[in-house]
Design a protein around this ligand. Structure first.
Ligand code: AMP
Length: 253
C-alpha cells in the first residue's frame, strides 16, 4: 500500500497511471463501514485509493471539528489489511490553495434535512469531493448510504458538472444492535452508546415521522429532523452532545 503524504507525490504518480481507479473519500477514524466501501471498490477497480482528510470547511461548528476523532495509525493498519492500494493524506493547503474562495453550492436538496441544520455543510462536502474527483480522476467513487443526502447530492453534482465518474452508493453497515457505524460513535459515553441504537429502532418502527420525533424526544434525544424522502426515513438527533444520523427504507404494510 502506497501512502502519499503530500498531494504533489500523488499527482506525480497519477500522471503515469493508466488503470481504472476506485476512490473512497473519508475523514478517517475508520471502521467496518469504510472497509465495506474499500471492498466494494476492490471488486470492480484496478486500484483503490482512500483519501483521509478531516475537511474543515464542512464543519459548521468549530468544537465539532476539534473533537472529531483522529486515529491515523489504526486507519493505516485497517486499510492495509483490507487491501487498499493507496492512501492520500493531503494537508489543508494542498486542498485549499484558494483558501476556500471557490466553492460548489447546490441550491435545492442541500437546503433540506442536514443542510437546514448545518449551514454551509454541503458546500464544504461538495467542494472537497469535486476537488478529489479532479485530483484522483477515478472511474468510480464509493459513498455510504448512511449519509444518504450527501450521496444523492454528490451523484447529482457529478451529473450536473459533467464529471466523468460513476458515483456508487453502498448500504449502511451497522453494529449488532442496529446502530449505524460512524466515527462519531467513538465520542459516545458508555451509557449513551447503549441508548444510541434507539434512533434506528424508533425510525424503523414508528408509523409516521412525527411519532418517531415524539418517541425520540421522550427517550432523551434532541431531534433535528425526522422526515420521509424518496421511500426512506431520514433522521438526525443528538444524544449526550453527539449528533447521530441514520436512514432506513420505509416498510409498507
Ligand atoms: P466519513 O469518514 O464519515 O466522512 O465517511 C466516509 C464515507 O464512508 C462516506 O461515504 C460515508 O457515507 C461512508 N460511511 C460512513 N459510515 C458508514 C456506514 N456505517 N456504512 C456505510 N458507509 C459508511
Amino acid at each position: 500500500m502506497i501512502v502519499f503524504n503530500s498531494l504533489s507525490k500523488f499527482q506525480n504518480w497519477r500522471e503515469t497511471y493508466r488503470g481504472n481507479i476506485g476512490l473512497v473519500p473519508t475523514m478517517g477514524a475508520l471502521h467496518e463501514g469504510h472497509m465495506t466501501l474499500v471492498r466494494e471498490a476492490k471488486k470492480t477497480c484496478d486500484f483503490t485509493v482512500v483519501s483521509i482528510f478531516v475537511n474543515p470547511t464542512q464543519f459548521n461548528n468549530p468544537d465539532d471539528l476539534k473533537k472529531y476523532p483522529r486515529t491515523i495509525d489504526a486507519d493505516t493498519a485497517l486499510l492495509a489489511d483490507a487491501g487498499a492500494d493507496a492512501i492520500i493524506l493531503p494537508t489543508y493547503t494542498d486542498i485549499y490553495p484558494d483558501s476556500f474562495h471557490f466553492k460548489v453550492t447546490e441550491t435545492t436538496l442541500s437546503t433540506r434535512f442536514c443542510g437546514a441544520h448545518r449551514p454551509g455543510h454541503f458546500d464544504g462536502v461538495l467542494t472537497i469531493v469535486l476537488k478529489l474527483f479532479n485530483i484522483v480522476r477515478p472511474k468510480q467513487a464509493f459513498f455510504g448510504e448512511k449519509d444518504y443526502q450527501q450521496y444523492k447530492l454528490i451523484k447529482q453534482m457529478a451529473a450536473a458538472l459533467f464529471v466523468d465518474v460513476n458515483v456508487i452508493g453502498v448500504p449502511t453497515v451497522r453494529e449488532a444492535d442496529g446502530l449505524a457505524m460512524s466515527s462519531r460513535n467513538l465520542l459516545l459515553s458508555p451509557t449513551d452508546r447503549e441508548r444510541a441504537p434507539i434512533l434506528n429502532r424508533v425510525i424503523s418502527n414508528s408509523k409516521t415521522p412525527n411519532e418517531a420525533k415524539q418517541r425520540l424526544s421522550e427517550e432523551g434525544f434532541i431531534v433535528d429532523y425526522v422526515e420521509d424522502f424518496e421511500g426512506r426515513r431520514l433522521a438526525a438527533a443528538t444524544i449526550g452532545g453527539v449528533r447521530l444520523i441514520d436512514n432506513v427504507e420505509i416498510q409498507h404494510g
